[in-house]
Ligand binder design. Structure first.
Ligand SMILES: Cc1cc2nc3c(=O)[nH]c(=O)nc-3n(C[C@H](O)[C@H](O)[C@H](O)COP(=O)(O)OP(=O)(O)OC[C@H]3O[C@@H](n4cnc5c(N)ncnc54)[C@H](O)[C@@H]3O)c2cc1C
Length: 478
């Protein structure tokens, strides 16, 4: 590559200084590198909560990056505005010859990058794979097409994997190329129109490292513990993966070399992450609400606003669903098993369009990621690639009995049921009257009555899906 005297490294969903593809290439190939982060007004402008936890998370990560850079007598240049204007005008101000960044596969981000590249004109725009192990068309099936089923994709992914794809970018060899400067005051979150206060996880590389080290002690148990929301069975790293405070190569490498069944199962989840990023890249219309399986585009959801509100607010009368939704609303977090069950419940019990649920999660999840969220919702709604079959419908009571057998998770989020015995906590409306009185669980007063009857709702959902398939077959034969 050509050597540059001055370049910018533009940080986006890769908020770290270690094992960073774009930073490595920028430092290696330039005399002086300015590290830049943009609070993108096109993204922030769409957020309604002025205390959005994701913005606070990013702001804290950026502050830590600035602090780390100050140890190298450098700084993070923090911008606010639209990328096309801000990145280009800083590039001109510093008179750089190149801008380096990492790939982002979301359609809006790809459009933004194309616009920035065009506006940079003669300034080079270099971009790299960083946030996944295999991207875009690196894993294709025998016909040269993207896989739509996970297991063969995973097998091909594992077959292709070798040390080359897992090795870290040795950024530390080139740190002398950071632009030298006096400390720059770090902007307050308020200057971007937001305020801190709701974030309840540690941000930055330091926060990611702590979680990662803790999880390494538990990874061998992952397979057994991962499905139980009351246990500390998963890594809790999703928000860090979302914003790149630790590298996917480091995680995949540990999982691959660890050798236990737990680690293999965890690696599989990291492969799901690559799988959904690859799907979004090949099917950008997923970002516009398109069902992956077109036959289910026409499912006629009644979309009862009251049922939807009960789901959002955690008052469906199904304790596991209510506990999951209340935790989401309170913290921005939700366990994977609960995402699957509550998504299925919204679509197949309450008969609300999966896109409504997808949007709600997008607004509330701390780890919201377009590809994984869309993939998860379309999986639960049976409209996605390699999704839950349409006729398989989770029973919310059976799921509760199986994955929260003593109701520990439910009790932690639904205080009205704190005294409810284990036997009744999954379906408290079935409790005999005398016990309801004894434990202070008065259905319809202290705790809501079930918003639907699961058995009836299941039959209606099957009919809805059958009708969509019938309609789609008819259209095809016309
Ligand atoms: C309806 C629905 C919506 C979801 N929305 C998101 C989302 O917006 N952002 C998000 O990161 N994950 C999403 N997931 C996937 C999964 O629930 C979370 O990644 C997981 O709960 C995060 O917890 P963890 O970090 O402890 O995961 P772990 O179990 O420790 O897994 C490790 C990592 O693998 C990745 N991963 C795990 N499961 C999946 C999966 N099914 N699909 C893609 N990647 C996965 C995540 O990056 C996760 O951090 C969704 C799942 C469903 C069913």
């Amino acid at each position: 590559m050509k050597r540059y005297s001055r370049a910018i490294c533009w940080f986006r969903r890769d908020l770290r200084l270690t094992d960073h593809a774009a930073l490595y290439h920028a430092l290696k190939n330039s005399e002086t590198v300015y590290c830049v982060f943009l609070f993108d007004s096109d993204i922030l402008g769409k957020l309604t909560d002025r205390q959005d936890r994701r913005v606070e998370f990013i702001w804290r990560c950026a502050a830590e990056l600035n602090e780390s850079l100050s140890k190298h007598r450098s700084a993070l240049w923090v911008l606010h505005g639209s990328a096309e204007e801000q990145i280009v005008s800083l590039a001109r101000k510093f008179d750089v010859q190149a801008v380096f960044c990492n790939h982002d596969y979301e359609p809006d981000a790809m459009r933004r990058d194309a616009a920035v590249e065009a506006a940079l004109g003669e300034i080079a725009f270099h971009h790299y794979k960083d946030q996944v192990i295999f991207e875009c068309s690196e894993i294709l099936n025998g016909s040269g097409k993207p896989y739509s089923v996970f297991t063969p994709y995973k097998n091909a992914w594992l077959k292709k994997l070798d040390e080359y794809y897992l090795s870290a970018y040795p950024v530390e060899r080139y740190l002398s190329a950071f632009a030298q400067c006096a400390p720059i005051p770090f902007p307050a979150l308020e200057s971007f129109g937001f305020s801190p206060g709701k974030l309840n996880v540690e941000a930055g590389e330091s926060g990611a490292d702590k979680l990662f080290e803790d999880f390494m002690l538990r990874i061998d148990e992952y397979r057994k513990a991962r499905d139980f929301p009351a246990l500390n069975g998963t890594s809790h790293l999703s928000v860090h993966l979302r914003f790149g405070t630790l590298s996917i190569r480091r995680l995949a490498s540990h999982a691959q070399h660890s050798g236990s069944a737990g680690a293999a199962s965890w690696l599989s989840e990291l492969i799901w992450r690559d799988f959904y990023q690859m799907q979004l890249y090949h099917n950008p219309s997923l970002a516009e609400g398109r069902a992956f399986k077109l036959q289910f585009e026409a499912v006629d959801f009644p979309n009862d606003p009251e049922k939807y509100a009960a789901w959002c607010e955690g008052r469906t009368g199904y304790p596991l669903i209510d506990a999951a939704m209340r935790k989401l609303n309170r913290t921005g977090l939700m366990h994977n098993r609960l995402r699957m069950v509550s998504a299925s419940f919204l679509v197949k019990d309450l008969h609300v369009d999966w896109r409504w649920g997808e949007k709600y999660f997008a607004e509330h999840l701390l780890d919201f990621d377009l590809a994984a969220n869309n993939g998860g919702w379309q999986w639960a709604a049976s409209t996605g690639c390699d999704a839950q079959p349409w006729f398989r419908i989770f029973n919310p009571v059976a799921q509760s009995e199986r994955f929260d057998p003593e109701g520990c998770f439910i009790r932690s989020q639904v205080p009205e049921l704190a005294n409810c015995p284990d036997k009744w906590i999954h379906a408290p409306w079935l409790m005999p009257e005398i016990e309801k009185q004894r434990y202070g669980v008065i259905i319809g007063h202290t705790y809501p009555a079930p918003v639907v009857d699961h058995a009836e709702a299941r039959i209606a959902a099957l009919a809805m899906f059958k009708e969509a398939i019938r309609g789609s077959n008819q259209r095809r034969s016309m």
